[in-house]
Design a protein around this ligand. Sequence first.
Ligand code: HEC
Length: 424
Amino acid sequence: MKAILPVLMLLAPLAARAQVTFSREISRVFQAKCQICHREGDVAPFALDSFDAAKQWGDDIQRVIEKRIMPPWKPIEGHGSFKDNFGLTDDERRMILDWFKNGAPEGDRADLPEPTAKTGEWQLGDPDVVLQMPELYNVPRRKDVYRCFVVPTGFDTDTWLNAVQIVPGNRQVVHHVILFVDTKGEAAKLDAKDEEPGYDCYGGPGIPLNIDGMLGGWVPGMRASRTPEGVGLRLPKGASIVIQMHYFPAGKQHADQTKIGLYFAKESDKISRRMVFVPLVNDRFKIPAGNEDYEVNATIPILPGLQGQIHMIVPHMHLLGKRIQVTRTNSFTRANDSLILIDDWDFNWQGFYNTTEAVKLNIFDQLKVSCRFDNSEKNPRNPSNPLKVVGWGEGTEDEMCLAFLGVTFDNEDIINSIRFSKKK
Ligand code: HEC
């Protein structure tokens, strides 16, 4: 008896370590992969910040993790690499499910991590300036309301930003938000002609734009983030921000007043390059009614002068979309790199995906976006009944095959010469 005691004493700490507890392991995974949304005042319906919450929501957590519904991280591993990746690794998924199977032991509260800072609605802390729609807007009760609101910045010098966060005023009706920059007062003129707050802007803000005319956007599920080191967004002096709101009203009367937080770049950020949004887009397609798997592509060749780097990828389709991929092909070696792949497109969970490393655009590379659509009745999200041919458009029943690329060009002079949109 005496002889084996020391052996048991040696094994005991090993056995204790092997048991996964909430306090030690699970709390840390929830903190990193769930709490960005599951916390007070954020998009998710409950906070997942305690052992009690984990127990209370235990059945649901196991179901959504098993079915890979949560966390809603869409890009497939191995196709590009992105910052703020909140997807669970296979090991984490297995560990959480095993922990529940083993009776969900709490462990020693002394092992709990420091709670994450409470940031409330501003995900990057308090902005330097908050701008908002001039007044509360009563959203008309019809489908697809596109309305632009003009907000003067009043800045008397050019301003570098390293982040912009949009906070939708009413998440039940805000479908998406895009911010445009107007330096010529054109949008204010359109606003003045319209008696209601803002002006109708189906299809675009109705002002001439270059590729530096977009400042950012918001789509459901999106997180705010900073621009990469040395890269900034530029807001010209005296500019107004045009907030394009796409509302998709639910049954009852809703009002909205969306706001924007601007984060100024600091001297220490040493901004030397300017990020602009280049659309990689096919806007001339017709998806036949009933077709379950219709492919649409678009390509851009990197002609001399267009070399640069991609820092952000924003894939976009509507309700018929099922798969979207952006690739870069080297024209000499024909080597293909998949920059992003989402194969279970969900309109409710879109992202502005920031690349971990900048993706180089070499001369004569070719960029391609490839979209696949299901326009059959098998697609439960198909909004058209009876089925119809669907083409490009801004309405929810129309489609898009589009990826905005957040790009810096090696030669920034090129920015002024590329047209963004001719649409009126
Ligand atoms: C990017 C934001 C986000 C992240 C990250 C996230 N959730 Fe959620 N979660 C939501 C939202 C929003 C809902 C509400 C339902 C919906 O809109 O899909 C939700 C709903 C849920 C539900 C209830 C679902 C149901 O069907 O009743 C559970 C359980 C859940 N999340 C667990 C988790 C867990 C566990 C993690 C981390 C491993 C996580 N979520 C990460 C946003 C998020």
